[in-house]
Design a binder for this molecule. Structure first.
Ligand code: MF3
Ligand code: CO
Length: 256
């Protein structure tokens, strides 16, 4: 069931999203060679508490951290660790959400640390662009899969692949609501085209893009998703409201 949100509810989601944005911006300032993902996670958790917010992912299906990290060939859901030290040339995905006053906000960025080669920078660029191509389609009268196909086309035209294992989602009073928001057009999706987009829908759009094969596997920790071929992966995510006037990016900010 898709829960439509009124204007007040969208503003509440926007204020949760603005805390997420502040925290992700702080994390991207702090990401420097030598820092561990454990330290970054603590910064995020402390900042959330200072803002009267609860980190959304901590405890969700027993996830142990506040932030989901993804270093280099990791795709998503990397658990914070004192042993995971950021170094020059790495890329680091940081996916973060909070809950405050009844509503969730959710966003992710992938940042490059120090000197990163052009091949890697291009992956980040195309992944970020694919998110915005999807967002452009997030307007009334379009279908859900217009978002999916815009993302998929941009990624595949640039020679990369879209991860199938994880998808975006509705968001609001719950972290994960209907509809699921795939970053690809599901095979045999038939006539539905994913259903019509309506004003008041709020969705988290979150493409995960691999340089090589789209296949991922989960490590023994039960969480960390990595590319099967060991190639790099990137992830960007925005929480977006569908309004009469088109997409309203509730997690919009300067760094991505
Ligand atoms: N942004 C991711 C999602 O919406 C975060 C996963 S939360 C976790 O699914 F707790 F399951 F890791
Ligand atoms: Co999400």
């Amino acid at each position: 069931m898709i829960v439509l949100k009124n204007k007040e509810e969208i503003e509440k989601i926007r204020s949760s999203c603005s805390i997420v944005v502040d925290i992700l911006m702080r994390l991207s300032e702090k990401v420097e060679p030598g820092i561990s993902t454990y330290e970054l996670d603590k910064i995020a958790e402390d900042m959330a508490k200072k803002n009267g917010a609860r980190p959304a992912f901590k405890g969700y299906r027993d996830y142990p951290g506040s932030v989901c990290f993804a270093m280099n060939q990791e795709v998503v859901h990397g658990i914070p660790s004192k042993k995971k030290i950021v170094k020059d040339g790495d890329i680091l995905g940081m996916d973060f959400g909070i809950y405050k006053d009844g509503y969730y906000g959710d966003s992710a960025i992938t940042t490059a640390i120090g000197e990163v080669d052009d091949r890697t920078l291009n992956l980040l660029k195309i992944t970020r662009e694919s998110l915005y191509k999807g967002i452009e389609q997030a307007k009334p009268k379009n279908n859900l899969f217009d978002i999916s196909s815009a993302i998929q086309d941009h990624v595949e035209q640039n020679g990369y692949s879209i991860v199938r294992t994880f998808v975006g989602h509705g968001i609001g009073a719950s972290l994960h609501e209907d509809p699921q928001v795939p970053n690809f057009v599901p095979k045999n999706s038939g006539w539905s085209k994913g259903g019509k987009l309506k004003p008041g829908m709020v969705i988290a759009i979150e493409p995960m893009v691999n340089i090589g094969s789209p296949d991922v596997k989960i490590l023994k920790d039960g969480w960390t998703a990595v590319t099967v071929d060991g190639e790099l992966s990137a992830h960007f995510e925005h929480t977006v409201a569908i309004t009469e006037n088109g997409p309203d990016i509730l997690t919009e900010f300067g760094v991505i």
